[in-house]
Design a protein around this ligand. Sequence first.
Ligand SMILES: Cc1cc2nc3c(=O)[nH]c(=O)nc-3n(C[C@H](O)[C@H](O)[C@H](O)COP(=O)(O)O)c2cc1C
Length: 221
Amino acid sequence: MSAKFDLARMRLDYETTGIAEDNVDTDPMVEFDRWLTAAIEAEVEEPNAMVVSTVDPSGQPWSRHVLLKGVGPAGFDFYTNYESNKSMDLASNPKAALTFGWLELHRQVNIAGTVARISDTESDAYWAVRTRGSQIGGWASAQSRVLNDRDQLLEQYEKVEEQHPGVVPRPSHWGGWRLIPHTIEFWQGRRNRLHDRLRYTRDRSSDSETPGEWTLGRLSP
Ligand SMILES: Cc1cc2nc3c(=O)[nH]c(=O)nc-3n(C[C@H](O)[C@H](O)[C@H](O)COP(=O)(O)O)c2cc1C
């Protein structure tokens, strides 16, 4: 353990105003929008960063950050390489969890649901707003595969740059995933570890055409 810092005594007491059943929206997607807006307005670093957790065929979970690039009644969207480890996990087990940690606001949102690939049209639309550099990077990186060294990646980048002097088309192995939630939990840090946890759930077949109604409950911290 660190000799320099006493991790056991390192703690922050949260003095924030809590959240209550009668001041949150009945629709968690509306409530999420309020929380994301608050994080953006508070100038939290990378407010749209979220941890995505997936599970591989052996049952081993893995988590990593990605950027939320779209959110609405349909779900939460992010973009990546379809041949990456996370995409392979999702192809074999289309269930995932998301975590937003807006720590400066003493807030966390946890989400669970099923995932599906975003349409090519939507992926094309997002690809078009990426910078040329990120587009070339998208082609150059065989995401999650082992590299001999960094030079191999840089050479690959230069090669793609030469191949596409004009418009860089979207690779078919790159696009979006949408998580359709069945559980969304809002966590607000409070004094003496008596935090607020409000959890919305709906029928787990919520990926069907007619998702069920959301039910709200409070969990012990
Ligand atoms: C703040 C942050 C944002 C990131 N955003 C993305 C993203 O939007 N898409 C992506 O594929 N990787 C993103 N990454 C990189 C991923 O964390 C991860 O390293 C990569 O996707 C490979 O993951 P995998 O091998 O588990 O598939 C981001 C990393 C950080 C720290």
